[in-house]
Design a protein. Structure first.
Ligand SMILES: CC(C)(COP(=O)(O)OP(=O)(O)OC[C@H]1O[C@@H](n2cnc3c(N)ncnc32)[C@H](O)[C@@H]1OP(=O)(O)O)[C@@H](O)C(=O)NCCC(=O)NCCS
Length: 200
């Protein structure tokens, strides 16, 4: 069994979901949640920068669109996978006379994840990036997207779904709704990293 299963971005639309807009009575959003395609990389990058700004670390995103393309779509075993949320009403597209389009649609949400292996648990899914664009928040889109990520984890037989939630963000309440357990408390530990310049 492959640790990283083949990912076919052509198996495209995973679901269409209707969520009610809290702000405007009687209005609903019909969104599409689908696997990301290579053409979505600029939008994934834009949403990642939006998240960095929200977390008040606007200059800290070093990853480039090329990194996303290369590691997600140009190698045999991609290092990550991504689900994106598209609002068909948000047309970033330019329609040509023959019906083809020049630009991908503007994305309103993204989940980036990859598989890992825990010597205690086995195969795990690690959710690296999860964001719903600011003006769309609070309408149930985050829940719809998170449920899809959980579905992927289930289908791929992962034992746990793991992620970091930043202290003081409303996301913590969101994750608690899904019965997320605080691993810092569970393991009485901290997450560490070593910068490249300090590799010995
Ligand atoms: C967390 C997030 C993905 C949730 O998406 P969403 O579409 O707003 O979520 P839903 O509408 O399904 O659920 C709303 C719930 O999410 C939580 N929430 C978290 N951040 C929120 C925000 N900025 N605005 C509204 N609700 C938010 C609330 O608990 C809310 O519950 P409530 O309506 O009872 O207050 C989204 O708010 C977001 O992108 N936040 C900023 C980025 C972030 O913190 N990402 C996680 C990385 S740590």
């Amino acid at each position: 069994m492959d640790l990283i299963p083949e990912w076919n971005p052509e198996e495209n639309i995973m679901m269409e979901t209707e969520v009610r807009k809290k702000s405007t009575e009687n209005m609903s959003l019909n969104v599409v949640i689908r696997n990301a395609k290579r053409e979505d990389c600029p939008e994934i990058s834009r949403l990642t920068k939006e998240l960095a700004s929200y977390l008040q670390k606007p200059g800290e995103v070093e990853m480039t669109v090329e990194d996303l393309e290369q590691n997600g779509f140009c190698i045999k075993s991609p290092l990550y996978k991504s689900l994106v949320v598209e609002d068909p009403a948000e047309t970033g597209e330019v329609f040509n006379s023959d019906g083809s389009t020049d630009l991908p649609r503007k994305l309103i949400g993204v989940a980036v994840f990859y598989y890992g292996f825990s010597t205690w648990k086995g195969k795990i899914l690690y959710l690296e990036n999860f964001i719903i664009s600011e003006k769309y928040r609070g309408n149930g889109l985050g829940e719809a997207l998170f449920r899809q990520v959980c579905q992927v984890a289930k289908e791929e037989d992962c034992k746990t779904l793991e992620f970091i939630a930043i202290n003081g963000t409303r996301a913590i309440n969101f994750y608690r709704r899904f019965r997320a357990k605080d691993m810092t408390l569970l393991h009485n530990g901290h997450l560490y990293m070593i910068d490249r310049k300090d590799f010995t």
